[in-house]
Design a protein around this ligand. Structure first.
Ligand SMILES: Nc1ncnc2c1ncn2[C@@H]1O[C@H](COP(=O)(O)OP(=O)(O)OP(=O)(O)O)[C@@H](O)[C@H]1O
Length: 357
C-alpha cells in the first residue's frame, strides 16, 4: 500500500535552490492522488517562469517512481505567482517591475519588450507600461503603432492593447507621435498618473514598467507613486554608461526600491557574417558593479543586428524567432527576473536588497 506520507517523504529530498528548503516544507506539493499503483500529484511553484521547473519535474518523477509498488507517476507542474506585499497594489497586479537605465539609448525598451514577451511565453500574465512619456517606443516595438485603446469614459478606464500575449499601454497610443515631446512637466505628470491608475489590466503576474531614461525628479516621483517590487537596471559595458547606471541604482536606493539586478546590453558584438562574437567594450564592468552594489548580473545580451531589425519591425526577436540563440538570452533573463521577484516576495529569505544603507 502506497501512502500519502510515503510520497511526501520521497519528495522531501528535493531542495529549492533559492529558498534553500525542500519542496514539501515549502508547501509546493498539492493534490496527491493514489490509485492502486498509480500516483499523481501537483507541484505548485511561485512563478510559471521558474528556471528549475523541468529539473523539479524530473527529480519528482524519479523520487516517487523509486518507491516500492509504484508503477506510474504523473507530475503536474503549476504555479501561483507570489505577490509583492510591501506596498499597496495596482488592483489585480501582483508584481510591478521597473526597467530602468541611467541614460538613454542603452536598449532599455528593447530589453523590456523582449523580457515581457519571454515572460508571457512561460504562461505568466504580463503587462507592459510605457512610462517613457517623451519618447514612447513600445507601440512600435510591439507592432501596435497606430492602434488606439478603448476608453470607457463612464467607468474612467482605459483598455490595454495586446500583442504577443502581452497587454500594453503607452502614451504613444493616445497622442500623435512627437506630440508628447512638447508637453510641459505638469501635463506629463498627469498623463503618467492616468496610465498608472486608470488602466484595466485585469489579473497580471508581472507588470513591467519601461521607465524614462535618466535620474531626474520625474523618475523619482514615479518610483514613489508606483508600488515597485524591484528594478532591473539596463546598462552597456562602456564605463560612462556604468557611471550613469550607478546614478540609476542610487536613485532606486533613495526611493527604497530593491534592485533585482543588472542587464548588460550590447555586451558582445555578434558578427552577422561569420557569427563570431567580439568583446568590443571592456569586459567585467557589470560584474564589478553588481559586486559593489551587492546585486546580480541577470543577463549579458549581445549586440546583434537581428535584435535591432526585429525591434524596428515591431516583432520582438523572442516572438519572431523563439528558438533562436538571441531569444534564449531573454528567456533566461525572464527566468532570472521571476526568480528574483519570488525571492524578494519571500520575506523569510534574507537577500541583499539595496535598501540597506
Ligand atoms: N542587444 C541589441 N542589439 C542590437 N541592437 C540593439 C540591442 N538593444 C537595443 N538595440 C537597438 O538600439 C537602439 C536603442 O534601443 P532602445 O530604444 O531599446 O533604447 P532605450 O534605452 O530604451 O532608449 P530611450 O531611453 O532613448 O528610449 C534601438 O535601435 C534598438 O533596436
Amino acid at each position: 500500500m502506497i501512502t500519502e506520507a510515503d510520497i511526501l517523504k520521497a519528495l522531501s529530498v528535493i531542495i529549492d535552490p533559492d529558498f534553500k528548503k525542500d519542496i514539501v516544507s515549502l508547501g509546493f506539493v498539492k493534490n496527491i492522488a493514489i490509485e492502486g499503483k498509480q500516483v499523481a500529484f501537483t507541484i505548485e511553484l511561485t512563478t510559471p517562469a521558474c528556471p528549475v521547473k523541468e529539473e523539479f519535474r524530473r527529480q519528482a518523477d524519479e523520487a516517487v517512481s523509486a518507491l516500492p509498488g509504484v508503477e506510474k507517476v504523473e507530475v503536474t507542474m503549476s504555479s501561483k505567482t507570489t505577490a509583492s506585499t510591501s506596498k499597496d497594489h495596482i488592483p489585480g497586479v501582483a508584481n510591478i517591475v521597473a526597467i530602468a537605465s541611467g541614460k538613454g539609448g542603452v536598449g532599455k525598451s528593447t530589453t523590456a519588450v523582449n523580457l515581457a514577451v519571454a515572460m508571457a511565453q512561460t504562461g505568466a500574465r504580463v503587462g507592459l507600461l510605457d512610462a517613457d512619456i517623451y519618447g514612447p517606443s513600445i507601440p512600435r516595438m510591439m507592432g501596435l503603432a497606430g492602434y488606439k485603446p478603448e476608453i470607457d469614459h463612464e467607468a474612467k478606464t482605459i483598455q490595454p492593447l495586446e500583442n504577443y500575449g502581452v497587454k500594453t499601454i503607452s502614451i504613444g497610443y493616445l497622442v500623435e507621435e512627437n506630440q508628447a515631446m512638447i508637453w510641459r512637466g505638469p501635463m506629463v505628470a498627469s498623463a503618467l498618473n492616468q496610465l498608472l491608475t486608470d488602466v484595466a489590466w485585469g489579473e497580471l503576474d508581472y507588470l513591467f514598467v519601461d521607465m524614462p531614461p535618466g535620474t531626474g525628479d520625474a523618475q523619482l516621483t514615479l518610483t514613489q507613486k508606483v508600488p515597485v517590487t524591484g528594478a532591473v537596471l539596463v546598462t552597456t559595458p562602456q564605463d560612462i554608461a556604468l557611471l550613469d547606471c550607478r546614478k540609476g541604482i542610487d536613485m532606486f536606493r533613495k526611493a527604497r526600491v530593491p534592485a533585482l539586478g543588472i542587464v548588460e546590453n550590447m555586451s558582445q558584438f555578434i558578427c552577422p557574417h561569420c557569427g563570431k562574437s567580439s568583446a568590443i567594450f571592456a569586459e567585467g564592468g557589470a560584474e564589478r558593479l553588481s559586486q559593489e552594489y551587492k546585486t546580480e548580473v541577470l543577463a549579458h545580451i549581445p549586440l546583434d543586428i537581428k535584435i535591432r531589425e526585429k525591434a524596428d519591425e515591431g516583432t520582438p526577436i523572442v516572438a519572431a524567432f523563439p528558438d533562436s540563440e538571441q531569444a534564449a538570452h531573454y528567456k533566461r533573463l525572464a527566468g532570472e527576473v521571476a526568480r528574483r521577484v519570488s525571492i524578494q516576495n519571500n520575506r523569510k529569505i534574507d537577500i541583499p536588497v539595496m535598501i540597506q544603507e
